[in-house]
Structures are given as structure tokens and as C-alpha cells.
Design a protein around this ligand. Structure first.
Ligand code: GLY
Ligand code: MN
Ligand code: MN
Length: 249
């Protein structure tokens, strides 16, 4: 995938990368498990940027959310956010580092017997505290984290994980008791996917943050003793992603 980034930068744009992934998925599996998301620069904060009709510029962050549906019909759902130039700018890295901390907090909560929502709350607490450190919360962290608060969700409007299986949002029609109200059990597969999305016209954040979107999404299998990260081959930290990018572009 990343070896095709120079062609995208040269003019072929986001859709070249989406098409590259689709061809790969169709060749080696059944096809894409869902419409692949390629969000470069100011498109990265759009949650499901499937239109993919924008350019890819050298200073952009490139959010790739993609999964191959394999021949057994199960799909993956993985996201990484890469610096097109090979290096995060200081402010891009600052955002990525906070999402990484939230992600790691979420990952530790995936284990049998835990409430399905534990990883969501653990990651959200890290996000809220980080935004407060940056002066972006209009209320205290406690108020933001309260049920009626949720001020941090302005920059992270989606849930941060879901079951995964034959469908990318597997059994999204399950009853609340069987889904968000349930406890995790061995053999469940799910995603953990916190992010931060600062839209390009959002005047509640300083100009340098506008147009930055970062998501880290891993697929996990709950095991009898904890969880296995099925997508662990990909780095999740900014330095690891820089190395990964430089080796491939
Ligand atoms: N790719 C859709 C999602 O992350 O839920
Ligand atoms: Mn997902
Ligand atoms: Mn995804």
C-alpha cells in the first residue's frame, strides 16, 4: 500500500490508494470488508471518508482504515495514520501520542469478565485529560466525563470499538443487553479504535490543530486469560509508524 503513496502524491490522490487496496483485497481475499477509508490531510477528521476524491500532499497525515474480507467471509478492520513525508510534525505527533495513550489504556481493559464498555471509558478518560491539559475543555475533566457532560466528544463523536466478525460491525442489531451491556468472553472479536478529529473549520481549537485527524484501530480476540491483538504486526507509536513509512515509501 505505502509503496503506492508517491503515485498518489504525484496526482492520483486518495482514490489511487483506495483502488490499490480494493485490488489487493479482491485478489487475495473475497474483497474489501467495507468501503476502504483513505483520508489525507483535512479529510482525515471525517469519520468515514469513503469518497476518497482528494489529493495526497507531502505534509499530510494519511488515515487508512481498511480490512480484507477473507475467503471464510470474516473481515478485519484496521486503521493507522501515517505521515506522508515519513515524519510527523510536532503538532501531528502531539495528537498521535495522545491517541496512542488512549489506545493503550483501552487495550488493557479487554479481557474475559470485563464489561464491554470498560475499554471505551478507559480510553475516553485519557482523551479528556489530554484535551484538558491542552486547554480545550470548557469544563472540568470530571464534568466532561460525567454522563451529562461529554464535552471531549466534540473531537471524538463515535464509539471507540465494536464487535467484529462476518460483518465489520458484527451483529450491530444485537440487543443492548447482548452488546454494550454484556461482559466479554473468550472467542469474542472486537476493535479498539480511539481517535481525535479536529475539523479544518473548527474554531474551538487553535489553528495548528485544525485539519488533523488520527485514529488507531486494532482487532482483538478475547482469550481465556486476556486478549490477543490480531493486528499487532503494525506499529502503534509515532516513531514506529515513521520507521514503517520510511521503509515502504
Ligand atoms: N471501518 C469502520 C469502523 O472503523 O468502524
Ligand atoms: Mn471499526
Ligand atoms: Mn475501521
Amino acid at each position: 500500500m505505502l509503496s503506492e503513496v508517491p503515485t498518489a502524491v504525484a496526482g492520483a490522490g486518495e482514490r489511487w490508494l483506495q483502488g490499490t487496496f480494493d485490488r489487493y483485497a479482491r485478489t487475495y481475499g473475497n474483497g474489501p470488508g467495507y468501503a476502504a477509508i483513505v483520508g489525507s490531510g483535512p479529510h482525515a477528521p471525517t469519520l468515514h471518508w469513503e469518497r476518497c476524491d482528494g489529493p495526497v500532499r507531502p505534509g499530510d497525515l494519511l488515515l487508512l482504515d481498511m480490512g480484507v474480507e477473507v475467503r471464510s467471509h470474516y473481515t478485519a478492520d484496521v486503521t493507522r495514520t501515517f505521515p506522508v513525508s515519513g515524519s510527523f510534525s510536532p503538532v501531528q505527533r502531539q495528537v498521535h501520542d495522545l491517541v496512542e495513550r488512549a489506545h493503550r489504556a483501552g487495550l488493557t481493559q479487554v479481557a474475559p469478565g470485563r464489561a464491554f464498555t470498560d475499554f471505551h471509558h478507559a480510553a475516553m478518560e485519557v482523551i479528556a485529560r489530554g484535551l484538558d491539559d491542552w486547554g480545550l475543555l470548557p469544563v472540568s475533566v470530571d464534568e466532561a466525563l460525567s454522563e451529562r457532560g461529554q464535552h471531549h466528544r466534540r473531537y471524538l463523536i463515535c464509539g471507540i470499538g465494536h464487535h467484529l466478525g462476518l460483518d465489520v460491525h458484527d451483529c450491530a442489531r444485537s440487543s443492548p443487553e447482548a452488546y454494550h451491556g454484556a461482559r466479554m468472553a473468550p472467542a469474542m472479536a472486537l476493535t479498539v479504535e480511539p481517535g481525535l478529529y479536529f475539523h479544518v473549520h473548527d474554531r474551538t481549537v487553535p489553528p495548528e490543530l485544525r485539519g488533523i485527524g488520527v485514529r488507531i484501530e486494532d482487532d482483538l480476540l478475547v482469550t481465556p486469560t486476556g486478549a490477543e491483538i490480531l493486528s499487532a504486526a503494525l506499529p502503534i507509536d509515532a516513531t514506529g509508524l515513521e520507521t514503517w513509512t520510511k521503509e515502504r515509501i
